[in-house]
Design a protein around this ligand. Structure first.
Ligand SMILES: O=C(O)CCC(=O)C(=O)O
Ligand SMILES: [Fe+2]
Length: 278
């Protein structure tokens, strides 16, 4: 395992989507143990050789760019998220058969469909490896994530656009506040601008600069801020949030009562309510 700063880089090897045959048991375990170790130590990992076609990501980012370039009135028809204190725009897409700006950005539906399917397949591989990495049955997470990007599951893909920061920006403005994500894991495809930081277990912020060809994956406990107040360039990223199916009970594996048992749906609704107070 190599690392970028203190965030480890794991090579998916035979678990790559580009690898046609079933990975060996040793490969599942190697990846699973490395990912589990990274999550236990810092909560983040870069995955390289994941097999997500570069053209799929670039095509989606280009279509997303065309969407963000539309005038506000047109964009607002598709309910993009506006963040009160943050200099960014987001467009969350859950299903490729939903409402789309087909007239304005004809390729977006096709690009989103391809990307969601690819990310689903990759997530299921990561989830299987994660279970094996912490000595659970290999289907432990896969069985609880059967309906990714359906109406019974909060997973979604998010297109993000950070416009260049204007000179006269208020001192308190930020691009993306410190937060934790709400789901099981998040796949983050950054462009090469950088600026992302993650917080380690000692509460120190460390840079998570883009690693060419690698995606950053986090499990939900660690915070991500973005303090790029002075950034002149616009920045784009694509995020794939992976959640358990709505009825799944979230409970400590050790059967302790440290956390109250809630369904995945209750958990996500609670987090949405608390959101964007940062
Ligand atoms: O902008 C990024 O790259 C990360 C955004 C993020 O963490 C989020 O939207 O949850
Ligand atoms: Fe996040």
């Amino acid at each position: 395992m190599t690392s970028q700063g203190i965030v480890p880089i794991v090579d998916l090897g035979q678990l790559s989507l580009a690898h046609a045959s079933e990975p060996s048991r040793d490969e599942w375990l190697r990846v699973g143990k490395s990912v589990a170790e990274a999550f236990q130590n810092i909560g983040f990992v870069y995955l390289k050789n994941h097999g997500v076609p570069e053209t799929q990501v670039s095509s989606l980012v280009a279509s997303g760019g065309r969407f963000f370039d539309l005038d506000l009135k047109t964009k607002n028809k598709f309910d993009p998220a506006n963040f009160k204190h943050e200099l960014r725009e987001a467009y969350d897409i859950k299903r490729s058969d939903g409402e789309f700006p087909d007239g304005e950005v004809p390729a977006l539906r096709r690009d989103a469909d391809a990307f969601i399917n690819t990310c689903k397949a990759l997530s299921l591989r990561i989830l299987k490896a994660m279970a094996l990495g912490i000595d659970l049955d290999e289907s432990f997470f896969v069985d609880t994530h059967q309906e990714i990007c359906s109406d019974n599951n909060a997973s979604c893909m998010r297109l993000l656009h950070y416009p260049p920061v204007p000179e006269d920006v208020p001192a308190e403005a930020i691009r993306c506040g410190a937060h934790t994500d709400y789901g099981t894991i998040t796949l983050l495809f950054q462009d090469d601008i950088g600026g992302l930081q993650v917080r380690d277990r000692q509460n120190q912020w460390v840079n998570a600069d883009p690693v060419p060809g690698a995606i950053l994956v986090n499990e939900h406990r660690v915070l991500i801020p973005k303090e790029e107040k002075r950034m002149k360039a616009s920045r784009r990223s694509v995020v794939f949030f992976v959640h358990p199916d709505d009825p799944v009970l979230i409970k400590p594996l050790d059967t302790s009562s440290t956390y109250p048992i809630v369904t995945a749906r209750e958990h996500v609704l609670r987090r949405f309510k608390e959101t964007y107070t940062y």
